[in-house]
Write a protein that binds this ligand. Structure first.
Ligand code: ASP
Length: 329
């Protein structure tokens, strides 16, 4: 195929282990975000045969240092480029630590049906058998595929395609570090061919109501993590400092009587509290009577519930409306 027949895919680099540089062969002690996007692209044999590639550097950091400014820049850039008829899709290279958060944020804020695919790596580019080149190859193939249109933001890792809503990092070091637990992946990708078996049913991308065009800062939402002997004062501190709070409870969103009592004291302030679980799998059903400002995070993990609450608070402070949002996304 000549270059002019190829689809155009934009690769937005943000850093991470996929762009990591360290001691030759080693898989630890490296520097995340040491290679720029052009070096990443040229480092993958055959990548330029899959699509007409346009590289752009949005950031080049360890993904633990990704900020909401990076998120706003990313989503605006994708929304701007998605207007162009000559661009077929997008790939984002990202650190794996917070990949699921950026993926979910984009899933709720990009306004396009065009494929948006995020990927990363568990081994730095300088390791023995790094996984980044293979993941990037598959991500580009997916972003150029008509089969990925309209499926929301997708994550590609080790031959599997995941929905941004449900994908989670589940290992600190295994190469196959991602899964969607109970919900499973949406499909597989083998070489350049995607095979889909499932599709997301929750609202995303063009059906999402969140429009951040006029925002430079997002509402402040903290996460309080419950544990044995958790101090109610830390809960109070985080609630008072935030516009809304996520509680990562035990089991089905449970907590000690001390925490529960302190949480009940906050009803008078009205700011929302979303209860999630520190357990990976399952739904939080809240079948005990809860204060009027408390709602369930459904199946979202705490860090994803935080993103949805931040976005919900850009639209409304009404608790019932926020409840509806948590049921829809
Ligand atoms: N700390 C790295 C990051 O998230 C880990 C990785 O990319 O695998 O940027």
């Amino acid at each position: 195929m000549s270059k002019k027949d190829l689809q155009k895919v934009v690769i937005l680099g943000t850093g991470g282990t996929i762009a990591g540089v360290g001691e030759p062969g080693m898989t630890t002690g490296y520097f995340s975000g040491g290679m720029d996007i052009e070096a990443l692209i040229t480092g993958v044999p055959g990548l330029k045969d899959l699509a007409w590639l346009i590289g752009e550097q949005i950031a080049n950091v360890n993904s633990d240092d990704i900020t909401q400014e990076d998120w706003l820049r990313l989503t605006r850039r994708i929304n701007e480029l998605a207007q162009r008829d000559d661009i077929a899709g997008f790939v984002i290279t990202h650190g794996t630590d917070t990949l699921e958060e950026t993926a979910f944020f984009l899933n709720l804020t990009v306004k396009t049906k065009k494929p948006v695919v995020i990927t990363g790596a568990m081994r730095p580019a300088t390791a023995l058998s790094p996984d980044g080149p293979f993941n990037l190859y598959q991500a580009v193939a997916l972003a150029a595929s008509p089969k990925a249109v309209g499926k929301g933001v997708l994550a590609v890792f080790s031959d599997a395609i995941y929905s941004a809503r449900d994908v989670q990092k589940g290992s600190t070091f295994h190469v196959d570090a991602f899964s969607s637990d109970d919900f499973g992946c949406l499909g597989y990708i083998r070489d350049t061919k995607p095979y889909f078996y499932n599709a997301p049913v929750k609202k995303h991308t063009i059906d999402s109501e969140f429009d951040l065009s006029d925002f430079t800062e997002l509402p402040k939402v903290a996460i309080s993590y419950f544990h044995v002997d958790a101090d109610p004062e830390t809960l109070r501190f985080q609630y008072m400092k935030s516009d809304g709070l996520i509680i990562a409870g035990a089991g089905n969103g449970e907590m000690s009587l001390k925490w529960e009592q302190e949480m009940r004291n906050f009803e008078q302030f009205g700011k929302p509290i979303v209860i999630t679980s520190r357990i990976h799998d399952g739904i939080v059903t809240l079948h005990r009577p809860v204060p009027s400002n408390v709602l369930s995070g459904d199946t979202l993990n705490p860090q994803k519930a935080r993103i949805l609450l931040m976005l919900a608070l850009t639209k409304t402070n009404d608790i019932q409306s926020i409840r509806d949002i948590f049921e829809s996304y």
